[in-house]
Each structure stands twice: as structure tokens, then as C-alpha cells.
Design a protein around this ligand. Structure first.
Ligand code: NPQ
Ligand code: MG
Length: 368
């Protein structure tokens, strides 16, 4: 198969509610989609970069530049029979993992469609549904937080993750733990603390958390390894794990005991399979993170989460946790606290072109 054409769409998707983390607040999710055409089929990929360089250095605009000016030209005239060949062709590009992952994802969709199999089956997934967790942003006050968490628990979510930062950590956690003594609970600091906060962070141990996610700087593996010497709560890394090699380094250093896997952050689905292999060898549990994806990225995440080494609840929520109207159908529903892994060929979701154009704020094309 040769890649004939690509269309890039920049969407502005209004969120159901503002989402606040230690790095900022988002009301509208900007998402870059790619429609990749090969052999008369269209494969879809979603770039998980956001509008600003706060979670990662990439943005929707750096990704568009990397895709149009460097990644797509590397595919020109090349025969692509397996998506892993895309990863090989894009290897000369340093950085830009989210941009690269977008093309690879679209190619996996194309190949899965060609084989008439769901993406999960092509990747080696073994589950038909996956446990759904929910990520709860930083709230105005504790009563608001308790009401939000209560609603999610009533909906059936299997794990609640609270976003924390200095000044919004022990008090809200104590309140949630008191109200929900048996709830599987975790926290995510999005890199908001420093090594000098170690004794403060050690107080997290009293809440029976599944994990503390990314307490320190995005690039501080040694700091996390040192923190792990005094903290009993398992450390999970998110922002720090930007490639399979970085995952290997983190595990060798003892910087984490759990990894949050996001296919975009580590450079694509081939990288996911590599991290999966590393984790399986060491008995390290994985779970699939979330980036406020549309139904396209959500479908990819469900397929990733169906791999055997993904054993903890995921940040894969029902579509309605983030969007009133998604551009991919059908919406993902919460059923008994789980999300169903799509079973139709490819991603297993249909892009609604009317909605796509309604949310589009930019479009670019490329051809070979
Ligand atoms: C995390 N995700 O695990 C990320 C944070 C994140 C579900 O908690 C735009 C706006 C893009 C907010 C990407 C969850 C984002 C975003 C990631 C938040 O750390
Ligand atoms: Mg995180």
C-alpha cells in the first residue's frame, strides 16, 4: 500500500466542564486529526497534543508542522505494508512523538480495515471490555469535589483519580477518603512538586492510594527514584515516559513501579508494544492514560487497554464525561464500570463528517 493523500483537521471541541490541572485550565479541547488515504481506504489518527506546551512540549501547531513538512514527505513513494514500517520511516525525526504517533495510528486503522479485524485484535488485545476510571480536575472547594466524585461513583467508575497540586492535596484527599473509605483512589500531580517536598508527599501514604502519578518534574527520573526510597505509595510515571527507552531507564533506576501508557506521548502504537514487552518481563502493571481524546483516540485507547499487561483501571471514561457531541460514533458508554472494546474492523468507530466540519477551525492537505 502507498499513502496517496492526507487531510489534517484542527478541531475546537467544547468540553462538558472546564478541566483544571496543576499546569492550567482547559475549556475547549483543540485536537488535530489526520485522515490518511491509501488503497482507496481512509484511516484516522488523532494527535494528542493540545493547544499549548504545558503538558508536553508539542502543540497542535508543532505537530501540524512536523507532519506536513517532515513526516508525510518521508512516506513519499514508500511501500507501507505494516504500520511498524511507518515508525521505521519516521525514525530520522527527533522528538515530535505525538506527531509521529498520529500517522502511525492512522496506518494501524488502515491495516486493520484491510485485514477486516478490529485494532485490538491486530495489536494482540485479549479483553472485550476494560475497567474505566475517571480523572477529576482541581475544584473550587471541597464540597464541589465531593459532589463530583459522588456522581462519578454513582455512575459506576471503578477508580477515581484526583488532580493535586501544592495547596490542593491532603485536605481534599482526606475528605474524599472519609466519604468513600473503600474507593480505589489515586492522585496525579502533573509534575507540580519538587524533591524538597518529599516529607509532605510522604503524608500521602495514609490514604491507601493505588499510586501517586508524576509527583516531580517531567525530566527527573533520579528524583523519582530517590523519592521512592521513602514513599510507600507506588509511584506511577506519566510525563517522564516519552519513549520505550525512557521506560527502560525508569524501571532500571527504580523511578516508578507503574507506568501510565499514552500511545501519543511515547511515539505510537509500536512503542506501546515495546513498553508492554518491557513491563511484562518485569511484572510491572500498566494502564492506559487519557488526553481528553475524541472518539477516535478513545477507540485507540480501548484497544491498547485490551492488551494483557494493562491490568489497572484506565483513564478511559465514557464519551459524555468530556463531550456532549463527539465527532466519532457511536459514543463510548459506561456499562457496569467498563468500556467496551470496539469489535468492528479498524478503529470500529465512524467519523461523523457533518460534526467534524462543524468543529473544524482549520484544514490542510498533502498528496504524494
Ligand atoms: C494526565 N490526563 O494524566 C492527563 C492530563 C492532561 C485525563 O488526567 C488538554 C487539556 C490536554 C488537558 C492532556 C488526564 C490534556 C489535558 C493531558 C490534561 O496527566
Ligand atoms: Mg497524568
Amino acid at each position: 500500500m502507498k499513502i496517496d493523500r492526507a487531510a489534517l483537521y484542527l478541531l475546537a471541541m467544547p468540553l462538558v466542564a472546564p478541566f483544571r490541572t496543576s499546569f492550567g485550565e482547559e475549556r475547549v479541547r483543540h485536537a488535530l486529526l489526520v485522515a490518511l488515504e491509501g488503497d482507496g481506504r481512509i484511516g484516522w489518527g488523532e494527535c494528542v497534543a493540545s493547544s499549548g506546551p504545558w503538558y508536553s512540549g508539542e502543540t497542535v501547531n508543532t505537530a501540524r508542522h512536523a507532519l506536513l513538512d517532515f513526516a508525510l514527505p518521508l512516506l513519499r513513494g514508500k511501500e507501507v505494508n505494516h504500520p511498524q514500517e511507518i515508525a521505521r520511516l519516521l525514525a530520522p525525526i527527533r522528538g515530535h512523538p505525538m506527531a509521529k504517533a498520529t500517522l502511525e495510528g492512522a496506518a494501524w486503522d488502515l491495516v486493520a480495515q484491510r485485514e477486516g479485524k478490529p485494532l485490538a485484535a491486530v495489536l494482540g488485545g485479549t479483553r472485550d471490555r476494560v475497567p474505566a476510571g475517571v480523572s477529576v480536575g482541581i475544584q473550587e472547594d471541597i464540597p464541589t469535589l465531593l459532589a463530583r466524585v459522588g456522581n462519578y461513583v454513582a455512575e459506576g467508575y471503578r477508580r477515581v483519580k484526583l488532580k493535586i497540586e501544592p495547596g490542593w492535596d491532603l485536605e481534599p484527599l482526606a475528605a474524599v477518603r472519609e466519604r468513600f473509605p473503600d474507593l480505589p483512589l489515586s492522585v496525579d500531580a502533573n509534575a507540580a512538586y519538587t524533591p524538597s517536598d518529599a516529607s509532605h508527599l510522604n503524608q500521602l501514604d495514609r490514604f491507601g492510594l493505588l499510586m501517586v502519578e508524576q509527583p516531580l518534574r517531567h525530566d527527573d527520573l533520579v528524583g523519582h527514584a530517590r523519592l521512592a526510597e521513602t514513599l510507600n505509595t507506588p509511584i506511577c510515571l506519566d510525563e517522564s515516559i516519552t519513549s520505550p527507552h525512557r521506560a527502560w531507564e525508569a524501571l532500571e533506576l527504580g523511578a516508578c513501579r507503574i507506568i501510565n501508557v499514552k500511545q501519543g506521548r511515547i511515539g505510537g502504537l509500536s512503542a506501546v508494544l515495546e513498553v508492554h514487552r518491557l513491563a511484562q518481563e518485569r511484572g510491572v502493571p500498566l494502564w492506559c492514560g487519557g488526553m481528553l481524546e475524541t472518539g477516535i483516540g478513545r477507540a485507540v485507547n480501548a484497544a491498547v487497554a485490551s492488551l494483557p499487561g494493562f491490568t489497572l483501571p484506565h483513564d478511559i471514561s465514557a464519551t459524555d464525561r468530556y463531550y456532549h457531541e463527539d465527532i466519532a460514533l457511536p459514543p463510548f458508554l459506561l456499562e457496569d464500570g467498563h468500556i467496551r472494546v470496539p469489535t468492528r474492523p479498524g478503529l470500529g468507530v465512524e467519523v461523523d463528517l457533518v460534526r467534524l466540519h462543524r468543529f473544524a477551525v482549520g484544514m490542510w492537505t498533502w498528496h504524494r
